[in-house]
Design a protein around this ligand. Structure first.
Ligand code: ADP
Length: 290
């Protein structure tokens, strides 16, 4: 599955992409994350990108395209990928189309996540990211559960706020989205790739809408159902049978035959020993003519 998630800042592209990674087992490629990592490393690319990012403007196309070309060349993308935050303008969309044509890996779908602009601002102000595992939370809608631990450090998540999630930068990012990224909706609609989903409401519900839009029944991550039941305070139900237990409950033909033979052998053994008990002997003798 090769997909693009399209949506304004705060529309939940990153959160939904992370959920797709868990359920579909394909990598998320977020240009925002790649750029932030370059800034944190202090690389030349990071140095060049930093100013635009802090101002809420788009980073130079050549830099972003170089980064994407390199990332799509990595072997884990052979089974598919989720592009999150790329492309962000028409030049990038055309360049992506050419690149994927050359790789013979055309896109399967572009999903636009629709969210009202007031809700976008509310979401961005509550957004926090774990500095260790990178998971995105929202303190207003999806804060970490009580006692939840970071899978990387086994300590509570270290929540940080992105430097560009401040009011002035957010306003500029929303303007950039309207002016430069929104035209991609028509670009992909014309190619028959566009699916639009309502991205407001509970994140699980949005994931379900996304799965429906992709026509992919996405499996829940391991242990998710049990965790959800626990969160809801329900008593644990029986676990799914292990393969061994399942085999015992529903044995194959040869296993059934083996067990039937074993039963017969035991019955014969019991018969012998019963005959051998004094009571049995008495019974037998009783019936016998003296
Ligand atoms: P959001 O979607 O919430 O704005 P991102 O993490 O996707 O957050 O992007 C953060 C910043 O990184 C953007 O404001 C922009 O400066 C830069 N950026 C990310 N992706 C691109 C891109 N494809 N082209 C240019 N700049 C980008």
């Amino acid at each position: 599955m090769r997909i693009v998630l399209l949506g304004a800042p705060g529309s939940g592209k990153g959160t939904q992409a992370q959920r797709l990674v868990e359920r579909a087992g394909i990598p998320q490629i977020s240009t925002g994350d790649l750029l932030r990592a370059a800034v944190a490393r202090g690389s030349e690319l990071g140095r060049q990108a930093r100013e635009a990012m802090e101002g809420g403007r788009l980073v130079d196309d050549a830099l972003v395209l170089g980064m994407i070309r390199e990332r799509l060349g990595e072997p884990d993308t052979r089974r598919g990928f989720i592009l999150d935050g790329f492309p962000r303008n028409l030049a990038q969309a055309h360049a992506l189309e050419r690149l994927l044509e050359a790789l013979q890996q055309p896109l399967d779908a572009v999903v636009q996540l629709e969210v009202d602009s007031r809700e976008l601002v509310r979401r961005i102000s509550g957004r926090r990211t774990c500095a260790d595992c990178g998971r995105v939370f929202n303190m207003l809608t999806s804060a970490p559960a009580a006692g939840e631990l970071c899978p990387k450090t086994a300590a509570p998540h270290r929540l940080t706020q992105r430097p560009d999630d401040n009011e002035a930068t957010v306003a500029e990012r929303l303007r950039v989205y309207d002016g430069k990224t929104r035209p991609l909706i028509d670009f992909y609609r014309a190619r028959g790739l566009l699916r639009v989903i309502d991205a407001e409401g509970h994140v699980d519900e949005v994931t379900r809408r996304l799965a429906r839009a992709l026509g992919a029944p996405l499996r829940a991550p391991r242990g998710a159902k049990r965790r959800a039941r626990k969160d809801a305070g329900a008593r644990p139900t029986h676990h799914k049978p292990t393969r061994k237990r399942a085999a015992r409950q529903s044995p194959g033909k040869s296993a059934r035959r083996k067990r039937a033979v074993a039963r017969k052998v035991r019955a014969v053994g019991r018969g012998k020993s019963r005959r051998a008990t004094p009571a049995a002997r008495r019974g037998r003798l009783k019936g016998r003519p003296r």
